[in-house]
Design a protein around this ligand. Structure first.
Ligand SMILES: Nc1nc2c(ncn2[C@@H]2O[C@H](COP(=O)(O)OP(=O)(O)OP(=O)(O)O)[C@@H](O)[C@H]2O)c(=O)[nH]1
Ligand SMILES: [Zn+2]
Length: 230
């Protein structure tokens, strides 16, 4: 696999390695996310500028930024947006530590219903839902919590759901070199609920299948059956 999770980017292309049911291969170019990186140490120094920007936003909304309830709001909002995009200064290598273990297990491992919160890059409002991850080990297994941490790394950024799905799958694939990885995300987009088209109940489902999940329909079906079961 030559594509790096951090490099997924400029194009949503379906090649032999991917099966993304919701991804249209003619979707427009998206930003090269790997070029946006941020060091944790930089966050503090950027806080005053962000705070000032939020003060401006409040003023442009016609608010009185001197009223009591809003006095610390720009700073709070600045810290909140930094938290919600903290994935920019995290990598899969950083969080794995030594939690990859040699294990002669070659059956499917599924961690499902991992809560995910992200921000849509078009409106900067939340989309959130559940991530289901399956992989088939190739002599190595990963600490289960690390799968949820990989979800955190890529979801705590400005995202589109399709890219998020793919980055999680490729991140796991690169770290573990498994026989296959499957990722399904089901999410509600607040930009479709609270504004815009205002469809309260719509859900978006995206999937990325790599390796045996792509090649073998039975393996894929087993994952989908087990991950969708209540
Ligand atoms: N494919 C994809 N689209 C998304 C995602 N999050 C938000 N969008 C869409 O991004 C699109 C942006 O469309 P625009 O027409 O530029 O923006 P807009 O005028 O605010 O669009 P409306 O939401 O239809 O009001 C909308 O259709 C959103 O639903 C995502 O994760 N994946
Ligand atoms: Zn949106």
């Amino acid at each position: 696999m030559s594509t790096k999770a951090s490099d997924i980017a400029d194009e949503f292309h379906c090649n032999n390695s991917f099966s993304d049911r919701v991804i249209d291969s003619k979707m427009p170019t998206v930003h090269r996310q790997h070029e946006i990186s941020r060091k944790e140490s930089e966050d503090e120094s950027r806080l005053p500028a962000l705070e000032a920007a939020y003060t401006d936003i409040l003023r442009h909304l016609g608010e009185d930024t001197d009223r009591e309830g809003l006095l610390r709001t720009p700073l709070r909002a600045a810290k909140a947006i930094q938290f919600l995009t903290k994935g920019y200064h995290e990598t899969v290598d950083d969080i794995l530590n030594n939690a990859i273990f040699d294990e002669d297990h070659d059956e499917m491992v599924i961690v499902k219903d991992i809560d995910m919160f992200s921000l849509c890059e078009h409106h900067m409002v939340p989309f959130f839902g559940k991530v289901h991850i399956g992989y088939i080990p190739n002599k190595k297994v990963v600490g289960l919590s690390k799968l949820a941490r990989i979800v955190e790394i890529f979801s705590r950024r400005l995202q589109v759901q399709e890219r998020l799905t793919k980055q999680i799958a490729i991140g796991i694939s690169e770290a573990l070199q498994p026989k296959g990885v499957a990722v399904v995300i089901e999410a509600a987009h607040m930009c479709m609920v609270m504004r815009g088209v205002q469809k309260m109940n719509s859900r978006t489902v995206t999937s990325t299948m790599l390796g045996v999940y792509l090649e073998d329909p039975k393996t894929r079906e087993e994952f989908l059956y087990l991950s969708q079961r209540a």
